[in-house]
Design a protein around this ligand. Sequence first.
Ligand SMILES: NC(=O)c1ccc[n+]([C@@H]2O[C@H](COP(=O)([O-])OP(=O)(O)OC[C@H]3O[C@@H](n4cnc5c(N)ncnc54)[C@H](O)[C@@H]3O)[C@@H](O)[C@H]2O)c1
Ligand SMILES: C[C@@H](O)[C@H](N)C(=O)O
Length: 373
Amino acid sequence: MPVVRMLRQALSQAMQSPCCGCRTSVVPVRFLGVSPRQVPVDANFHSASFSETDHPRVLITGGLGQLGVGLANLLRKRFGKDNVILSDIRKPPDHVFHSGPFIYSDILDYKNLREIVVNNRITWVFHYSALLSAVGEANVPLARAVNITGLHNILDVAAEHNLRLFIPSTIGAFGPTSPRNPTPDLCIQRPRTIYGVSKVHAELMGEYYHHRYGLDFRCLRYPGIISADSQPGGGTTDYAVQIFHDATKSGKFECNLKASTRLPMMYIDDCLRATLEVMEAPAERLSMRTYNVNAMSFTPEELAQEVLKHVPEFQITYHVDPVRQAIADSWPMNFDDSNARKDWGWKHDFDLPELVTTMLNFHGSDTRVAQAN
Ligand SMILES: NC(=O)c1ccc[n+]([C@@H]2O[C@H](COP(=O)([O-])OP(=O)(O)OC[C@H]3O[C@@H](n4cnc5c(N)ncnc54)[C@H](O)[C@@H]3O)[C@@H](O)[C@H]2O)c1
Ligand SMILES: C[C@@H](O)[C@H](N)C(=O)O
């Protein structure tokens, strides 16, 4: 059937369908190959995208970055190893490859995404593929492709196959004209990075697909995430991970942000737990589809002071990267996550002292910690 005729037919069906809220029963259609399809959306989709007695079948995109492997570990404990598929365009290290299902998936290849979802009977997607703030500024065309075209692909696949879709947003979705201390869920969002622009777009498109097509879209705005056993992928908050490596290796750290740069931060265990909790929350508990989540907020100077309590010879110096500093200066200093706490019971476990002890212990400074205490 010619494309124009199909579009007309889809539009006319959408106009004729009884309106439940503002949702219609037609999802966007991709015209690929010779068999374009229209997939009706169940009006009661929010109640379940899979049988409630079954475990979800999960796909994680961009899973080999800082957060994906930890998320896979957490989800596999809960839903079973074979129910969680990790994917990326990079080659997995041995321990990841042998820890559960892994497949190649390029978020820019729509047809391949659809095949993966169909062949593996996927019901939940955690869409982690992205270029972060600093690497995004270094390659805007690629960031635009991965973060925006890739987003469109995953939204369409999710809407067509009734998936529950998690997309992380970020403190970077706010900008210099947002209230920065604290930053509430709903306020002006005019970010100055391609990363931030693409994340505001993701928030708005996900919410639009939710209202328009009933897509079960869920989104958390993460602060800077600090992890011990995985490396950050090129963001502005990376210093708060690197400091622990350097403090334990050499006792010295050169920070690329000013001493007084305050940013919201979270330990990875809290971040991944928040992600699972919002995905498991009953739909009626979610008064919004995009929530701020937070744990703590600190400056490099305050972090260094806390490290010093454990590593008395630790020295921090500053060599400011103007690109990262400009980004950080436009981001929230404190994040108001009261809606997440009220609606679905968000509560963080790690504050700054627990974070520093955990990170230093992981990096093998047990003796120094013991000596200092
Ligand atoms: N780490 C943080 O501090 C933080 C904070 C806020 C939000 N987030 C969001 O969480 C998600 C995961 O973050 P992360 O820190 O693990 O990111 P990361 O940069 O470490 O990893 C991103 C992954 O995406 C993959 N990728 C790139 N292009 C791809 C493509 N075409 N197809 C498929 N995969 C592709 C990369 O290979 C990489 O493994 C991102 O969406 C990020 O915006 C992270
Ligand atoms: C904050 C977050 O989105 C990411 N860590 C970055 O700095 O780009």
